[in-house]
Design a protein around this ligand. Structure first.
Ligand SMILES: [Zn+2]
Length: 116
């Protein structure tokens, strides 16, 4: 019989809850909030991507980046930081205006196919 005996102590460690708030590269406050929006698009290698919206609740910094669908907030934040310091990100300042998150229904598009 296979005499291989491996004693393996499984350390079950509950994953610490990832903080959903991150440090803002602009104002230095832990006030970056990241939300995802599903977009039906693929990147160059055919992977599904989604849109990460990064917003600072303190200084109003705002950016949107496309990330692979498997990204979580921490991943997206990392990419955001990279882009921020590389200058490849378009940073918007939303200090004055609120970002309208529910912009889904475009009123211009009235050509809804009528249900028959
Ligand atoms: Zn900030």
């Amino acid at each position: 019989m296979g005499g291989k005996r491996k004693k393996r102590t499984k350390i079950i460690r509950p994953k610490p809850k990832l903080p959903k708030t991150f440090e803002c590269p602009k104002c230095g406050k832990i006030a970056i909030d990241i939300t995802f929006k599903d977009i039906d698009e693929n990147d160059d290698s055919g992977r599904k991507i989604k849109l990460a919206k990064i917003k600072c609740g303190n200084c109003g910094l705002y950016a949107e980046i496309e990330v692979p669908k498997v990204f979580d907030e921490a991943n997206a934040y990392g990419k955001f930081i990279d882009g921020y310091y590389n200058g490849t990100l378009e940073i918007k300042d939303t200090h004055e205006e609120e970002i309208n998150d529910s912009n889904e229904d475009e009123r211009e598009d009235k050509q809804l196919h009528s249900a028959t």
